[in-house]
Design a protein around this ligand. Sequence first.
Ligand code: GLU
Length: 501
Amino acid sequence: MVRVRFAPSPTGALHIGGVRTALYNYLFARQQGGTFILRIEDTDQGRYVPGAEDYIIEALRWVGLLPDEGVGFGGPDGPYRQSDRKEIYQKHAHELVERGHAYYAFDTPEALDARRQAEEHFTYNHLTRNGLSNSLVLGETESKRRIEAGEPFVVRLKVQPGRSIHIQDLIRGDVVFESSELDDKVLLKADGMPTYHLANIVDDHLMRITHVIRGEEWLPSTAHHVLLYEGFGWDATMPRFSHLPLIMKPVGNGKLSKRDGAKFGIPVFPLSWKGETAEDSFEGFREAGFLPEAVINFLALLGWHPGGDEDVFSLEQLIQLFSIEHIGKGGARFDYEKAKSFNQKYIHAMDNEALAKLVRPLAEAKGYQVSDEYLSKAVSLMKERVTFLPDFVQTGYYFFEPVREYDEEALQKRWNGDIALVFAELTKKMAIFEPFKAVELEEAVKVFIQEKGVKPGEILPLLRIALVGTMKGPAVFETAEVLGREETIARLNALMLKCNV
Ligand code: GLU
């Protein structure tokens, strides 16, 4: 039975790369009929940021990646928040010492700092540990005495030198680390809290995780993790590892960072986040006006592709097609233009009523009050020309209020005395034309134009400018029908008034 987990640390807003990690875990679980778990790794109290946990859960809800078990979702293996599992880690840390794979260390932070000052490359490892203050040197009795006397201590992993540690990564194949190069990582800190390494391995074991799918930055830690599994005697049930490729900047080299958001003026977080400073506050994909389906499609292809030319996939299709083998090793470029084009496609393909529901709060925020029916119609005319949801009420403001400004250049080119007369006559005709419907209107206007001996190109652009102010608006007669007779005639009159007719 496949069991995977998404295990973010609540150290701030969840980066979009974290959402991709969650997505790949989710897709794999769903495809395999497995379980997707949300575990909050909050043992680093110094980096804990209030609100970050709620943000993670809200982001997962927004994109529709609901965990089967986890913080906020319950389940049989809880608690799923690491700060609620302190005793479990403490017990395991002591157990690992008893098993001979870890030891107590009493070195004070000052003593270690002094060592680091003196030796540039000082590392606590198999070469140095015999000259330091730990239970390997002091012996069991003295160590126990110190612990019972309340002396602060940490527990460190005892890494044995001279071994090649092989990891069979499902994406990267055989990855080898030399144990002689590894340090004796702290597992339990002096405040009784575990470090990431200990808590992560204990939980993955107790939560019966079968596959670890996480960012490439965790690959080096995996060597220590393998030693921990072995030390606990859990190697037979060690999960399979898959380390996902880095997400790279839109242009240039290097990993996508949160600063790139501001630099390129693009969102790199799923939801907006208000940090303590302006620099630590970001606009999210949601607030920028992305549909979650588009974000999912975009993220799925950041490092994975099923082969073939198709690139539009629903979540259901992704579940069918996903395979870890098709994840690339190389970094995946964060192509924001691609994200936009997905959003356009998804908006275009979306049902008008559903889209209108999403646009309604944006319209209301601007004080626009319209019926559901009207909104659906306006949305249906605009949806092939918007990229983001707010475009419906920004670019398409003219469905909700009179034209604010006219494309003067286009107007000057076309408006003249003769045309003005024809335009005035047309306005009168339209004011009484029945039925006020796009197809019939179009037919009647065409006949009228022919009778007057003018070309469609002389009149139709002016009608469009009158209704929406620009040459780029939606289909002109459909727009007139949606606006209705009264508003349409008012706009034609307004244009004539402006042009002094
Ligand atoms: N807490 C780690 C993080 O913030 C989890 C890494 C892992 O999945 O093991 O990404």
